[in-house]
Unconditional design. Sequence first.
Length: 320
Amino acid sequence: MLWVIALGVIVFLYACLIERNWYAIRKTELEILKPGAQPIIVLHISDLHLAPWQKRKVRWIQNLAERVKPDLVVNTGDNLGHPKAINTVLEALSPLGKIPGVFVNGSNDMFAPAVRNPFSYLFKPSNPHKNSQKRVDVQALTTGFRKFGWEDLNNNSEAMQINNSRLVFFGTDDAHEDRANFDFPHVPREGGEVIIGVTHAPYQRVLNVFGHLGAEIVFAGHTHGGQVCVPFTGKALVTNCDLPRKYARGLHRTHNFWLQVCAGLGTSIYAPFRLACRPEVRVLVLKPISSQNHTHLNQVPDIAPTRYHNEQPAQQHSKL
């Protein structure tokens, strides 16, 4: 019996002290641009859940611009992990702010984190926040992103020219908070562009609309990849929404488009652990189609493995 307890303690310490700080850059290539187009390197970041004391995570994020050299940044929300972390987030993302980008909000960009029973996620998704719960200054956060030059896709549509390709974006506010809708002017299409959907929580009702709008790629976050997965298989136990668990992270074909879900870099400050689900950002390289009317997916090695280092909150931040 003692060995079972000892094993449990070892796994818990690994999940809390090592894996949640073992950041990864996952890279995939997708042939989807029109023939002759220049490749587009897309850096997909999500669920940073940054807190003011997480200095190492800030430095790691700041180095992404140099390590990845993206042409486009897609931020799918839940940047904040603490009410006083807005400046921390903007500091971390400032090198990426020199690069064209788009963003949507997650619930943690609007509400302060709260203590939840982690086992409740096994039975159903968490409930939307109540209006009485403590809010954060989402306007200050989104204003900072706009100052970067990033396009706000919260229930909005925009078009961008990246390299020599036209990209048309449709985005929603957080469906987990029942804030997603598509009642906004849609950017007209000229033909030959790539249609991209961006949302935080990949609920089926949102994915269905993206499919009707002709999306070819959809970027999402929210799931944390399951956060706690089955060891050795990496199978997610939950997604905290109605997305099937097999789509909890990575690039998959569903709803007649490519869905990329980023497992994110962070966790709630009240649930600081990951198991069989390393924190991550994702790099999706969009390349020209090599054969007519056929998209092709190439799996490529992850970018330089990241050494882990335990990161504990400063004492003055240990309580809200």
